[in-house]
Design a binder for this molecule. Structure first.
Ligand code: SF4
Ligand code: SF4
Ligand code: SF4
Length: 437
């Protein structure tokens, strides 16, 4: 049974759809499993056909764009009614994005500037158009200002692999070995079980069959072989450990990250935020031949606890910011002595861009892109969103880099040299700032 999917486009640039189409052959294994029921950017479906569908009958709805117009607002609500899972697709829907910077001005001023003052207005009519237009809302808001969202996939745009990964995960399409027995049966250190030493080892729910046998080297099993059809009796112990992850150690965090990536096929986890109960929804909508829907009950419970932990702990920061995925040297031979604009000078490819004087948002930006901009010698401008919310972002940036980077400016000197603080530190996220601008 193919899975019904809908794509909605709000006010935005279409770049996320372009990124999806850039996956090219990467889409081939996924497409046959999808029944695309609405995708106006690509397929000629009419809006009325979406409206006519039964509520909750579409498994996954991807929403691209932020809410600027009354039509956006209605479409977001419509998608929530029709789709079991909503994926915020790109930084516009997640955070409001660059056009959210418009929230610094009121709507009348924006309309006057856009329709009366700019040099390209030719007809001199002025004022907001009223014919065949949906009407602007007072402020730009991200999608979760209006409806509950289940998954956040940031990026401007998200990487094609990330989008395909999300779809593959939701469909459980990657074939698992799914052997009958669990890895514990093959483990050479059963009598000195790592679980007894308090380490998270996923052997009790992972298929046998691997040749690496990490536990032989004292390392926990992180689930590369996917779920086993039956679980080992030690799964009970593992289950109880995953119910109290509050004081999880750093090493266990890494294991958990690897487990979610390898066992549940959630690649690029750092760029794929869960908010809703994904396992439940996928199971309810039935993809009967897929492993996610067929997990043994104990495995499902353990996976559910881990996902809930991840949902509730936005400080799951082991592999968290762009610097963690950046090849450049921090503590290099360079030191920031003044703040340079991006067009000033040509940075070298080895030293950290901050230490070369540029404002690079890497240390305060969520990982997920793999350091795309830095690899082409441009500072990160923060499109994957902030690693911490509800704080003064300029202060946070300054405090962060003064602690860990070669910077010979005081905080005041540093911040005084940034020409456009909001456009620099909240370029993609201003519309998500609680309490307004
Ligand atoms: S997130 Fe970026 S690429 Fe995607 S629609 Fe918005 S502006 Fe375009
Ligand atoms: S600040 Fe930028 S250039 Fe420096 S390590 Fe982080 S991501 Fe790389
Ligand atoms: S380096 Fe920064 S701005 Fe560039 S894609 Fe990554 S998160 Fe976005």
């Amino acid at each position: 049974m193919a899975v019904k999917v809908a794509f909605m486009q709000l006010s935005d640039c279409w770049g996320c759809h372009q990124s999806l189409l850039n996956a090219h052959l990467g889409l081939l294994p996924v497409l046959p499993a999808l029944e695309i029921v609405y995708w106006p950017a690509v397929v000629d479906f009419k809006h009325d056909s979406l409206k006519a569908r039964e509520n909750g009958s579409i498994l996954v709805g991807f929403i691209e764009g932020s809410v600027r117009t009354n039509e956006d607002y209605e479409n977001v609500k419509l998608m929530r009614e029709k789709c079991a899972l909503i994926i915020n697709f790109g930084s516009c829907s997640c955070y409001g994005n660059v056009h959210g910077l418009a929230n610094q001005w009121n709507k009348d001023d924006l309309v006057r500037r856009k329709f009366s003052e700019v040099e390209s207005i030719a007809d001199g009519s002025g004022g907001e158009p009223t014919q065949h237009t949906p009407g602007f809302r007072d402020k730009i808001v991200p999608v979760d200002d209006i409806i509950n969202v289940d998954v956040y996939m940031a990026g401007c745009p998200p990487r094609p692999e990330q989008i395909v990964s999300a779809v593959i995960f939701l469909l459980g399409q990657k074939p698992f070995p799914m052997n009958d027995l669990a890895y514990c049966n093959d483990c050479a250190i059963k009598d000195n079980c790592l679980l007894d030493a308090g380490k998270l080892c996923f052997g009790p729910i992972t298929s046998i069959g691997c040749s690496l046998k990490c536990t032989s080297k004292g390392k926990p099993c992180v689930g590369c072989f996917g779920p086993a059809k039956t679980v080992d009796s030690r799964a009970e112990k593992l289950g109880s450990m995953t119910k109290s992850l509050g004081a999880i150690s750093s090493g266990d965090k890494k294991n958990l990250y690897e487990f979610l990536t390898l066992f549940l096929n959630v690649p690029l986890m750092a760029g794929f935020d869960l908010a809703g109960d994904i396992l439940k929804q996928v199971k309810k909508h039935g993809t009967p031949d897929t492993p996610i829907a067929n997990l043994p009950p104990t495995t499902e419970e353990i996976a559910g606890s881990l996902m809930a932990f991840l949902r509730d702990n936005s400080d799951f920061t082991e592999i968290s910011n762009v610097c963690d995925t950046c090849p450049r040297i921090i503590g290099s031979k360079s030191t920031m002595t003044k703040v340079k604009r991006d067009y000033e000078g040509l940075p070298n490819m080895d030293d950290c861009l901050i230490e070369q004087g540029y404002i690079c948002m890497g240390p305060v930006t969520r990982a997920g892109c793999g350091g795309l901009c830095i690899k082409v010698n441009a500072p990160c401008s923060g499109c994957y969103g902030q690693t911490e919310w509800g704080v003064d972002q300029a202060e946070r940036f300054a405090d962060t880099i003064l602690k860990g980077f070669n910077v010979s400016l005081s905080k005041d000197e540093l911040l005084a040299q940034v020409k456009d603080p909001i456009g620099t530190f909240e370029k993609f996220t201003l519309a998500s700032r609680k309490g307004g601008v």
